[in-house]
Design a binder for this molecule. Structure first.
Ligand code: ZN
Length: 482
């Protein structure tokens, strides 16, 4: 049986939800117009005697599958939490803080309403994470939006444990365990949207902190040609990810969009008939036809173990979420010189910094020179809100290098910023650089393919063109002295 979640993700659904794989009867499937050929082939292989509908547009498809699954109450079986009828955050706060609700600890309804309103509001705004932070004096709820932390509200601290217990119930996390970090998952339904959320708890002196990470919000699938890479970088990167072997790295600090770039790369080669496999933490976007494995430290499945298991599965292309330990580095590099293309990220600021980072992880310079094909360095910079940009610039947004208050308006939650833009640097490891690396030399920014325009000149030109405020460019370069 195809679950409701899977049907809406893949764009394919059976008209009979109780479908058996091995019956001879002809089975009819509804297909959305963006359903991939791989998915259709998979279904055909799996179910044999099948017919497909005309491609339906998204609305029509959603209406049909909701009808199919509702009748069988499959949606409820999957324990999705509906956020359909939430009240406003203000109403929920008032109801929670009303006298009866505070005194009556056994009534969970106001807590549930409150949490649903917080989540619904964060989703509506496009937040990537929601933080629940108990402190001595207050219980603070914040969200991350375009990389910024924004305060949502502060509640009285005695509310914390009840709200956090509710979150733990949703995530199927042990409520009585408060001394150890735990994690869980929950799926919400908001209108037609299905939203996966990862929950993690961390004990602190003033109670348990909880972060809900809204999966898919950090890294939405962007087509490779829509990443807005400079032409020379785009062309080079595109050809590098089509090579049959070697290592391609994307570097940058946390939140610089590295995974988005890797996903775009994988998407660009996903229909070339290759066996593409990934080991990730977490899996943020599911690709039909690609085998993705989630790191699970509880079960001892780390990047290195996952990678070794993948290598026994005859892969062509392997994506390793991150290389951060010597063992993963060593297995990944060996894989890339034995006939596999390996794509991964490294936590370092510059392109040339990747070489020293790999050496710090114990990799032999000769191994680096024979495996490494190219390195991208990237950053995500916050853009002015277009609605209040002119006023922010008049206030000095383009000249002040200190973090200062931009104008702000309702549209941008009074931050003056909205959305982000990526900038890139690129190191193409040609034979000259390979020699340098195997001789044990380190590289420098002069070796970048884009040497005339590195990350900071790129950022400065965005300031000049009124795309980003000056402090964004300065903030970015502060960590770049490797
Ligand atoms: Zn604004």
């Amino acid at each position: 049986m195809i679950s409701f979640q899977k049907a809406s993700k893949l764009g394919i659904a059976s008209e009979d939800v109780n479908l058996k794989e091995n019956s001879d009867k002809q089975k009819k499937f509804l297909v959305r117009n963006d359903c991939s050929q791989e998915t259709i082939d998979d279904i055909r292989r799996h179910y044999g005697n099948v017919v497909f509908s005309e491609p339906l547009d998204a609305d029509e498809f959603d209406r049909s599958i909701q009808k199919i699954y509702k009748n069988k109450s499959i949606i409820d079986d999957e324990e999705m939490i509906s956020l359909g009828d939430t009240i406003s955050l203000e109403e929920a706060t008032q109801s929670l803080l009303s006298k009866t609700s505070i005194e009556n600890n056994s009534d969970d309804a106001p807590i549930i309403q409150m949490l649903n309103s917080i989540i619904a509001q964060s989703l509506a705004k496009g937040a990537s994470d929601i933080h629940f932070e108990p402190n001595e004096e207050s219980f603070d709820i914040k969200m991350r939006l375009d990389g910024n932390i924004i305060n949502v509200l502060s509640l009285r601290s005695e509310i914390a444990s009840r709200l956090i217990s509710r979150i733990k119930i949703l995530g199927q996390i042990n409520i009585s365990e408060r001394r150890l970090p735990q994690d869980g998952r929950v799926t919400f339904k908001l209108g037609k949207q299905i939203i996966d959320v990862r929950i993690s708890t961390l004990p602190t002196g003033s109670g348990e902190r909880v972060v809900m990470r809204i999966l898919g919000k950090q890294n939405q699938l962007i087509k490779l040609d829509k990443l807005q890479m400079p032409e020379i970088i785009y062309k080079n990167f595109k050809s590098q990810v089509r090579k049959p072997h070697g290592l391609v790295l994307v570097t940058g600090p946390t939140g610089s969009g590295k995974t988005t770039t890797l996903y775009s790369a994988i998407d660009s080669i996903s229909n070339l008939g290759l066996n593409i496999m990934t080991i990730e933490d977490p899996i943020e976007i599911s690709f039909p036809g690609i085998s993705q494995t989630q790191v699970n430290l509880k079960l001892g499945l780390n990047f290195a173990e996952g990678l070794k298991a993948i290598l026994r599965q005859d892969p062509d292309v392997i994506m390793v979420g991150e290389i951060r330990d010597p063992e993963t580095a060593s297995v990944a590099l060996r894989a890339s010189i034995t006939g596999h293309l390996v794509l991964s990220t490294l936590h370092t600021n510059t392109t040339y910094g990747a070489i020293s980072r790999l050496r710090d992880l114990g990799v032999d310079p000769y191994m680096i020179s024979s495996s490494l094909n190219s390195v991208i360095a990237q950053r995500l910079l916050r853009k002015y809100c277009l609605n209040c940009r002119d006023e922010s610039i008049n206030l000095g947004g383009n000249s002040s290098d200190q973090l200062f208050k931009l104008k702000g308006c309702e549209q941008c939650d009074y931050s003056g910023l909205q959305g982000r833009i990526a900038i890139f640097d690129y190191l193409n490891i040609n034979s000259e650089l390979k020699n340098k690396i195997s001789d044990g030399d380190l590289l420098s920014k002069e070796d970048n393919i884009h040497e005339k325009s590195n990350l900071s000149t790129e950022a400065n030109s965005l300031v000049k063109n009124n795309v980003i405020p000056k402090f964004e460019a300065v903030r970015m370069t502060m960590n770049d002295n490797e």
